[in-house]
Design a protein around this ligand. Sequence first.
Ligand code: ZN
Length: 352
Amino acid sequence: MNSLSLPRSLSYDALIQAADERILILDGAMGTMIQTLNMTEEDFTANGHIHGPKCRHHSDHPQKGNNDLLVLTQPQTVEDLQLDFALAGADILETNTFSSTTIAQADYGLEDAVHDLNVAGAQVARRAADRATAQDGKPRWVAGAVGPTNRTASISPDVNDPGYRAVTFDDLRAAYGQQIDGLIAGGSDLILIETIFDTLNAKAAIFAAFESFAKVGRQLPIMISGTITDASGRTLSGQTPTAFWHSVRHARPFTVGLNCALGADAMRPHLAELAGVADTRICAYPNAGLPNAFGQYDETPEQTAKLVEVFAREGLINVAGGCCGTTPDHIRAIAEHVAPYAPRQIKETADV
Ligand SMILES: [Zn+2]
């Protein structure tokens, strides 16, 4: 099956045109913003509705910390946070669906809610995007966020049984397919496969995305973002940025890049390596530095923005944003700092 021959979605061409003109801005961290609201179990469950017999998404599990559920139980709160990011300068808004797969939602007993979580997640972000556009006239795109799940297909979680796998490629492909179908049904313009620590998981997500595109008869842009998990500059499944690129290049993504894990300073050499080999756009959205002893991020908006500006000055990026610890103020500062710089030029290669 080759979805690359499908017609592109309408918003795809507008996105490419905007990316040719300037460095695009991705939003910041929903998880960090949700934490600042100190929501209770009652907030997460809409006053216990999720635990009640009448709820079509009934679960007996505690839901506090299930951030993705808020698109169903506190949609206005999520929409308002996303609007803040959009008005701070984000061109691309991520859906609040990082863990909206049956695999990740099993921890909360909400596997049956996955379709609705993804549809609602995309609809909520779409409303925030449209409200921002109504205010300032600038176009916005909704990126359906697909996380890595909490299981890895490449590595055994059992040190005594290296051949064991907690999840298979086909399990992941089915779970991601269900998620991506919902994200598209809810109105996502892009699919963002992010925080990739295991390339095999990402390949299952890419495969699933192409299957979903074939079902709706149009191709959405894909953004692919890996995460470097150790000081030697490798992903958890052991790849360098160059190897990672060659593993996902067949998807012909709109962007490839790095997010999370390291702050911008430590991310720079790995981003430079990726920018040296990838014949597509580069996207970077680092954390606001490294977490302190309490798991909080101390980098100020100005500090993070100055580090991301280095990426722009060195011609490394086409899209910039923030991951853990980044607030609307961080995104505003990043947008201001990269605005004077042209987007990275993509190297032409014969077969793309
Ligand atoms: Zn992060």
